[in-house]
Design a protein around this ligand. Sequence first.
Ligand code: PAF
Length: 292
Amino acid sequence: MQLVQTCAEVRAWLATERRAERRVGFVPTLGALHAGHLSLVGVCRQAADRVVLSVFVNPTQFGPGEDFSRYPRDLERDLRLAEDAGVDVVFAPTVEEMYPFGRAEVTVDPGPLATVFEGRLRPTHFRGVATVVTKLLALVAPDVAVFGSKDAQQVVVVRQVVRDLLLPVQLLVGPTVRESDGLAFSSRNVYLSIQERVAATVLHRALVQAGDGIRFGVRDPQVVESRLRAELATEPLGTVDYAAMVDAERLEPLLTIEGRVLLLVAVRFGATRLLDNLCLRVHGSDVQEELP
Ligand code: PAF
């Protein structure tokens, strides 16, 4: 496995791969790799001959007062995990390499899907994500790129960016990987105290219960949302930022539960925000779990 840190090195490596007509897959990350990222590498390896993984804590997607400076960074460990997972190249640029002119003057407007939920609470977040993802896709020019379904709104926003900007890449979505008690793997889980870590299982529990309600025939979105909130409220250490059920493509409210639907939750435990979701395809009485 190779570590490259400049755009020129990425381009040189890619030139060889392209001459050999190999399919290149890409997994963008903020680093602090965990089982969730490694499963995305697995998805990517199935779809491509070579896997590039980026490790870049992108400053433009963190708002003022957010955890940019304390975000966990351990490149040595990330390299070991990436190599074991079968990554061919890790691209770990500096901020100066990705933003050579300082703060980017040209950015990608992620559109209306980025103004709700996470986007309402973190107004600059998705512009930062859309911009860095577009830059990385332009640089790596992968055949496929893999994103994790834990950040469901990010998947929806990035999909729209790729569609609207006609970016020549196939997006794949990898399933959320969970600890044995249901908590979704996240690099931010390390911020939780022991009590908060126990309390955080409420996100998955609330989603599972809401999903069961739908399987048992509940079709009123307001009933599902209020049950979701009621379960989240059983955990006094958590403060709910949102708990909602929306149409999975447009993130808009539903009149009834039919088609592809997405349950989204964001809960704060102290200074740590955790996200989780459940995506379902509902056709009459048939309810299947899907990737967002
Ligand atoms: O999901 C993430 O890890 C980041 O938002 C991404 C896609 C790597 C962009 O910085």
